[in-house]
Ligand binder design. Structure first.
Ligand code: FE
Length: 391
């Protein structure tokens, strides 16, 4: 049996934030990150609309990037004190991810991250509150997904939470919030969205409900990302929807080894963090070439859907990779880890261990081609030096 789960309601269009006026409830807690939502006035608008809806409003501010276990516990505590019947999270992926975990500990104070880490094993939520998410970046799509990532800094581990219980009740996809994104963030989050859609389309869990969402998202990213990057706000609006469609696809079809590789290299090198979407953009063409050696027909579908032509599935797949390379170049994304600035001796020293960890990542399970640690290490070497994937 397969399952397909999305939010009950999704509002979109410029200014749709005002739908908050119409929510029915008594108390809402707003979970928000640093200052940008406040600075651009969206936090005040959110508070105002919720008050117009007759609700008492409390703020939980300053959720950090890559939110910690401590922040989640403080938020859950604040919720237990205030007893909201709505949790409203606004911002990039981090505050929304954190709010999903806070919600779980609000309703189930005695659960543990160890319990919640078992995929699709959550207790039944919505006993105390419903959940509304308002994204301000165009990439993670956490407003429609069943996922959240929380970091335990004391143990140095990330807890990937996955369960349809944490798929929000309501997503408010208002492109005005995404207008504030700087160009580089637009490029990286946009390529993250493309990777979500491509990986969902070729995933072993792909299906008739996720395929159309993935293909439409891919088409929209190719149509709108370069202009969105240049600051065209109509293109920016379309990208905000495209990333959301990609999220609907991957929340239900899951991902593949581009994400496994990005997860394990994001914070692995002393030369600095590799932004998630940038890592995905670098790895994507290499992984397509690796996966396509054991079946290129799904990649050929993608290539045809964006108007490419070719005599065989293999030729179409190569053209798709060329297209991704071309977009990466337009978006000033490097072609290799070396070009990104990762030190060669540090790479050589760490690559075997990173490859092993990447094979163990949850996203590897739904990748269309199996991968051994030795193959993963070879693949990483290709992404470092820009060499051909011929295995
Ligand atoms: Fe991603």
């Amino acid at each position: 049996m397969a399952r397909f789960t999305l939010p009950r309601d999704l509002y979109y269009g410029k200014g749709c934030l005002e739908v908050l006026k119409t929510l029915s409830g008594k108390k809402a807690i707003i979970v928000v990150g640093g200052g940008s939502m406040k600075r651009f006035g969206f936090l005040d608008k959110t508070i105002g609309y919720l008050k117009e809806a007759g609700m008492e409003v409390k703020l939980f501010e300053n959720v950090e990037p890559d939110p910690s276990v401590e922040t989640v516990m403080r938020g859950a505590e604040a919720m237990r004190e205030f007893e909201p019947d709505w949790i409203v999270s606004i911002g990039g992926g981090s505050p929304i991810d954190a709010a999903k975990a806070m919600w779980t500990f609000y309703e189930y104070p005695d659960t543990t991250f160890e319990n919640l880490c078992v995929p699709f094993n959550f207790p039944t939520l919505r006993q105390k509150a419903k959940f509304l998410a308002i994204p301000s970046t165009s990439g993670t799509a956490t407003e429609v997904t069943a996922f959240s990532v929380i970091t335990d800094y004391s143990k140095g581990v990330k807890y990937p939470l996955a369960d349809f219980n944490i798929t929000p009740d309501v997503a408010v996809v208002d492109p005005e919030l995404a207008e504030t994104m700087p160009a580089e963030l637009t490029a990286h989050t946009g390529m993250d969205a493309l990777t979500h859609a491509v990986e969902a389309y070729v995933s072993t869990l792909n299906g008739p409900f996720t395929d159309p969402l993935a293909l439409k998202a891919i088409k929209m990213v190719f149509d709108y990302l370069p202009d969105s990057y240049k600051g065209d706000m109509n293109a920016r609006e379309q990208m905000h929807y495209a990333q959301c469609l990609a999220g609907m696809a991957f929340s239900n079809a899951l991902l593949g080894i581009v994400h496994s590789m990005a997860h394990k290299t994001g914070a692995a090198f002393s030369t600095g963090h590799i932004p998630h979407g940038c890592a995905n953009a670098i790895y994507l063409p290499y992984v397509i070439k690796y996966n396509a050696r054991e079946g290129a027909s799904r990649y050929a579908d993608i290539a045809r859907s964006i108007g490419l032509s070719g005599a065989s599935d293999e030729e179409l797949t190569m053209k798709l990779c060329d297209k991704i390379d071309e977009y990466n170049a337009k978006l000033n994304i490097p072609k290799t880890l070396k070009e990104f600035g990762i030190d060669e001796s540090e790479f050589n020293e760490k690559v075997a261990k990173i490859a092993e960890l990447a094979v163990g990542d949850a996203c590897t399970l739904s990748n269309p081609r199996p991968v051994t640690p030795a193959e993963m290490e070879k693949l990483f070497r290709c992404t470092y030096f820009g060499t051909e994937v011929d295995f």
